[in-house]
Write a protein that binds this ligand. Structure first.
Ligand code: FES
Ligand SMILES: [Fe+2]
Length: 454
């Protein structure tokens, strides 16, 4: 078994470089991270009617998600209990049942086995269909976003999200209607480890002015001022970075939802008109976050940019490969003009061929391949930026870092990564709940900062 404390040193905020390419690490991640955590499956807008289904994967396990005839959401493994064939090969659709292409076994929309061809003649009636349904996966929905979990001992989805749900509600509840996904997903493959983009989205605003310098200037939004790491940007006052229990996290640039793009008139109008309603629904703190630009990861592999409104799943396909599924996020109550504007600009920036997407892709691949060699993989990388300049905040839940550029949420992501990789079961993780923030040892940081002492 791997030593999780060697993989991640939470005190000194370093990680072994081999976490990006090692097969043994990856196999343990499949069991302990993807086998235990809640993973994004679909949005309820894709599953409105009885019989609606989507297929996806939880890490490398193929999954069917359905709206069953009793109205419930169901999820099960898309691998036939006869000889293992994939039962459903469509990406999405509506069906009363799923018929396996190999020998014709028929499964209902709750995964149960309802028919077996030639049952009497060939099995002589000796087959127990009740034991041969497709293996079920726990499925729960948060504000319309549907997640699945393989582990019966895991907490509920709501508990798993914890304080992160407080932030998500800013736009998942928002002005009242919340958000949905526009699909089908744009899909591409990238030769990188799944954690490279997951950590990038959880907390890397540092790269924006450098990696994306040219794109920011071309797009001409407010953040063009970040291009080349301009000294004039007042970094400390622009936003914050947050990590919450279970490795979720984000960075926000306040009042900057549209700042990558020069013109988003219809969308900006929607956001500004909605802020009073958000304040009424959720209070002023979240109304103030509503028109921000957020970079986020829900642990482990569901990342999104609220403001640019791209929503991504990094599906692992081995230690050195991912499939990227990208949807566009839209507020349900936006008018068509605003939706069109958002979709166009999200695709242009972070779709498969988006300008900023291509910038990132190069780094994702190179950060993976540069750590595979016999020497490089024995070394370590650091995530120490602004360590100590963070702590519990009087308004915002979780651990809050002083600027939107920092590595607070990297540290939270890898703190939980280490915890899950080391734990024998969720019972071990629950035991750590009271001390999850021990590594963020500057408990009075915000008290002092807000009092003007720092
Ligand atoms: S493998 Fe599915 S029916 Fe035989
Ligand atoms: Fe980026």
């Amino acid at each position: 078994m791997l030593d999780a404390k060697e993989l991640v040193d939470t005190k000194n905020s370093t990680q072994a470089k081999k976490i990006f390419g090692d097969r043994e690490v990856y196999e343990q991640e499949l069991e302990r991270i993807f086998g235990r955590c809640w993973l994004f499956l679909a949005h309820e807008c894709q599953l409105e009617k009885t019989g609606d289904f989507v297929t996806t994967t939880m890490a490398e396990d193929p999954i069917i998600v359905t709206r069953h005839k009793d109205g419930s959401l169901q999820a099960f493994i898309n691998s036939c209990t006869h000889r293992g064939n994939k039962v459903c090969t469509a990406e999405t659709g509506n069906s009363k049942s799923f018929v396996c292409n190999y020998h014709g076994w028929v499964f209902a929309t709750d995964g149960s086995l309802v028919d077996v061809p030639l049952k009497e003649r060939c099995y002589h009636g000796d087959i127990d269909q009740s034991q041969l349904g497709l293996p079920k996966v726990r499925v729960e929905s948060y504000r319309g976003f549907v997640f699945g979990c393989f582990d019966d001992n895991a907490p509920s989805l709501e508990e798993y999200l914890g304080d992160w749900g407080w932030y998500l509600d800013t736009w998942m509840v928002g002005a009242g209607e919340g958000m949905e996904l526009v699909g089908p997903a744009m899909k591409s493959t990238l030769q990188c480890n799944w954690k490279v983009p997951a950590e990038n989205f959880v907390g890397d605003a540092y790269h924006v002015g450098w990696t994306h310098a040219a794109a920011l200037e071309v797009l001409g939004g407010e953040l063009a001022g970040l291009a080349g790491n301009s000294a004039e940007m007042p970094y400390d006052d622009l936003g914050i970075q947050v990590t919450t229990r279970h490795g979720h996290g984000f960075g926000v640039i306040h009042h900057a939802a549209s700042s990558i793009h020069a013109k988003r008139e219809a969308y900006d109008k929607y956001l500004q008109a909605s802020i009073p309603k958000v304040a009424e629904n959720l209070g002023q703190a979240r109304a103030d976050l509503f028109d921000g630009h957020w970079n986020c990861t829900t642990f482990p592999n569901c990342s999104f940019l609220y403001g640019t409104n791209i929503f991504k799943i990094w599906h692992p396909r081995g230690p050195n490969e991912i499939e990227v599924w990208s949807y566009v996020l839209v507020h349900k109550d936006m008018d068509e003009a605003a939706k069109k504007e958002v979709v166009k600009q999200a695709v242009r920036s972070f779709g498969t061929a988006g300008t900023l997407e291509s910038d990132d892709g190069d780094n994702m691949v190179n950060a993976t391949t540069a750590n595979k060699g016999a020497k490089a993989r024995k070394n370590r990388m650091s995530s120490t930026m602004a360590q100590g300049h963070e702590g519990p905040h009087p308004v915002y839940p979780g651990i809050v870092g002083s600027s939107f550029i920092g590595e607070t949420s990297y540290r939270g992501f890898y703190r939980f990564y280490q915890e899950v990789m080391a734990a024998q079961s969720w019972d071990d993780i629950r035991e750590n709940n009271d001390s999850w923030d021990d590594i963020f040892d500057n408990k009075d940081y915000w008290k002092n900062k807000l009092a003007g002492d720092q």
